[in-house]
Design a protein around this ligand. Structure first.
Ligand code: 4NP
Length: 169
């Protein structure tokens, strides 16, 4: 039998904000979004949980795209341990905030929502930077290497903003 958990421990875990990053394949944009948030959480001592998923089933079980692993490592971020999974309706129950990288991801996530509470959890991540602009994190998969650094630059700013906007510190 595990020891009984203290009230402080339970409160700590109940209050932890759970944040999910979502893109199409879960091998380029959402894993680096998760990696950036995970790193800032460690550096700043944030009490949060992070995860990422793809709306498609294309790359389930795969590590992030090698081009994103490399570009991330050049930015001091290790995402090589992450593995792709598909977004599921149960994620609405597990997470407090669900961030879509683009409008297509956003629509695909909302298609699985059952309640208004589910829908309210979903937002485009760049709206943290420019509210209501509906800017998208461009998909770097079919482009050149510079697209991967551009994604990291956009997400660095967005993650800083979401930490401030949701008072995670
Ligand atoms: P992601 O990029 O959604 O940022 O992970 C993509 C990865 C794979 C594909 C498309 C986008 N694909 O078509 O396989």
């Amino acid at each position: 039998m595990p020891p009984p958990k203290s009230e402080a421990f339970l409160l700590f875990n109940i209050n932890r904000m759970k944040i999910l990053m979502v893109c199409l394949g879960n091998i380029c944009r959402s894993p680096i979004a998760e990696g950036i948030l995970r790193q800032k959480a460690i550096e700043q001592g944030l009490s949060i949980e992070t995860d990422s998923a793809g709306t498609s089933n294309y790359h389930i079980g795969n590590p992030p795209d090698p081009r994103m692993i490399l570009t991330a490592s050049k930015n001091g971020i290790d995402i090589s341990d992450l593995r792709a999974r598909q977004f599921v309706a149960a994620d609405f129950d597990r997470f407090d905030l669900i961030y879509a990288m683009d409008e297509s991801n956003y629509e695909n996530i909302l298609r699985l929502a059952k309640t208004e509470e589910d829908r309210k959890k979903v937002m485009l991540i760049l709206n943290e930077v420019h509210p209501n602009s509906n800017d998208e994190v461009p998909d770097p998969y079919f482009g050149g290497d510079q697209g991967f650094q551009h994604v990291i630059d956009l997400l660095n700013v967005a993650v800083d903003k979401l930490i401030v906007n949701h008072e995670l510190r």
